[in-house]
Write a protein that binds this ligand. Structure first.
Ligand code: HAM
Length: 424
């Protein structure tokens, strides 16, 4: 078999020990932030019925599905966690106490065109609040994102969040260009979401394509795209119908974000609509301010998803935050953490005769709660010092024939180079 066939498929990763150190460090930040905000952890299978994910709005995520048939079942690797979460909530809808706040760190699979920070497999921190219709839920989630980013050591000015309300665009379009075809709103959002990637002209082409899902006139397409250039809430309010509930909701959210002390890191941006069909209200995405990377995270309100799965109408809002873009950002800003292996002690027997004593010492140190690396074979002290240093150990214990006869081990601090003896 050619060697490349044994490698992980393109866009997927092996995780070597140093990769796991970083991954665990990152997940620890996700978990600790979730804990601080009162979220409980959940998980679901990575393999689901393909039907759970196949929506008809033309979303990229559906085209990117890894799926296959086996024993007459059509299965797929999850491209995202939200549909599984909705299923879990739906299955317990009768007994669950709302609001519920759940988080997870699932591995997700998408057959993506690979760019910097976009892979075919990624881990995605998901935080979702179910059963709360007010903007307090959005504010908590956005606060979590900034909290977590700051716990990673990323300075304030490096990440900003862009915010919009899908309902705002919906209100305007349903009163205008989509008056006769309100069902075209979801596919329209999916097309608009590609604006940054494919540009204005291509978006207009897709909106007015006679075979496309939206099929509005060129003039209406142009009008729709023009609405997206609005960058202030004030201007959006002027364009919106009077007493717009979408504007009210945005204003409430901004005033809450002020209370959290993060409103100065959030911008209104009418072009943010998100590429997933199920969002119904406020949507948001965080980006690096230098504009070098794709979205660091994204989410929004999806109050109707549970109904589409046959469950009761339940408000819901959440976000997904991947492990890949943030790693690129940390690298770019030289903020990747130096993580040691957390070994406390390295224990060496100089010869086979001292091995038993070394094992007993390692046992004792471990019983006291120390992480101990026991040299599996004799080696020179110089080599042991290097190994101990590499493992991040603070103390090296050496037992030679003379120490064994006296019932002691020689200890040396790798920090101060002090030496002392311990009784065996
Ligand atoms: P999404 O925008 O598709 O939303 O993904 C959320 C985040 O996952 C992205 O901002 C990015 O950090 C990461 N991500 C997505 N695809 C990739 C990829 N191919 N490679 C690396 N990272 C990626 C969702 O998936 C929604 N289900 C999030 C959500 C939860 N909405 C409500 N609750």
């Amino acid at each position: 078999m050619p060697k490349e066939h044994l490698n992980p498929p393109r866009g997927t990763r092996d995780f070597f020990p140093e990769d796991m150190l970083f991954r665990n460090w990152l997940f620890e930040r996700f978990k600790e932030t979730s804990r601080l905000f009162g979220f409980q952890e959940v998980d679901a299978p990575v393999l689901e019925s393909a039907e759970l994910f196949t929506r008809k709005a033309g979303e990229e995520i559906v085209e990117q599905l890894y799926h296959f048939e086996i024993h007459d079942r059509h299965l797929a690797l999850r491209p995202e966690f939200t549909p599984s979460l909705a299923r879990m909530v739906s299955n317990r809808a009768g007994s669950i106490r709302f609001p519920l706040k759940w988080f997870s760190i699932p591995q997700c699979w998408r057959y993506e065109r690979m760019t910097r920070g976009r892979r075919r497999e990624h881990y995605q921190w998901n935080c979702d609040i179910w059963g709360e219709a007010s903007e307090v839920a959005e504010a908590e989630l956005i606060a979590m994102i900034f909290h977590c980013i700051s716990e990673m050591g990323i300075p304030k000015n490096v990440v900003r969040l862009r915010l919009n309300n899908r309902a705002l665009l919906e209100e305007t379009l349903r009163a205008g260009v989509l008056a006769k075809t309100p069902e075209a709103f979801e596919p329209l959002c999916v097309i608009i979401d590609k604006l940054d990637k494919i540009g204005k002209e291509a978006v207009i082409e897709q909106l007015c394509a006679p075979e496309g899902p939206v099929r509005i006139s060129r003039a209406s397409s142009q009008e729709t795209v023009d609405l997206l250039s609005v960058k202030t809430l004030k201007e959006a309010s002027q364009n919106a119908p009077p007493n717009s509930s979408a504007i009210e909701s945005l204003k409430k959210l901004f005033s809450l974000l002020e209370a959290y002390g993060i409103s100065d890191r959030v911008d209104f941006d009418a072009s943010v609509v998100r590429g997933l069909a199920y969002y119904t209200g406020i949507v948001f995405e965080a980006f690096d301010t230098a504009g070098n990377l794709r979205a660091i995270c994204g989410g929004g309100r999806y109050d109707k998803l549970l109904e589409t799965l046959g469950g009761p109408s339940t408000p819901a809002v959440g976000f997904g935050f991947g492990d890949a873009v943030i790693a690129e950002l940390l690298k770019e800003h030289k903020l990747l953490p130096e993580i040691s292996r957390n070994v406390d002690a390295f224990v060496l027997a100089l010869g086979k005769e001292e091995q038993q004593s070394a094992v007993k010492l390692a046992n004792r140190l471990r019983a006291e709660g120390n992480a101990v690396e026991l040299a599996l074979a004799p080696m020179r002290v110089r080599k042991a010092l290097q190994e101990a240093d590499r493992a991040g150990a603070s103390t090296l214990y050496v037992i030679g024939p003379e120490e064994r006869d006296r019932g002691v081990a020689r200890a040396r601090s790798l920090e101060s180079q002090d030496e002392w003896e311990v009784h065996l």
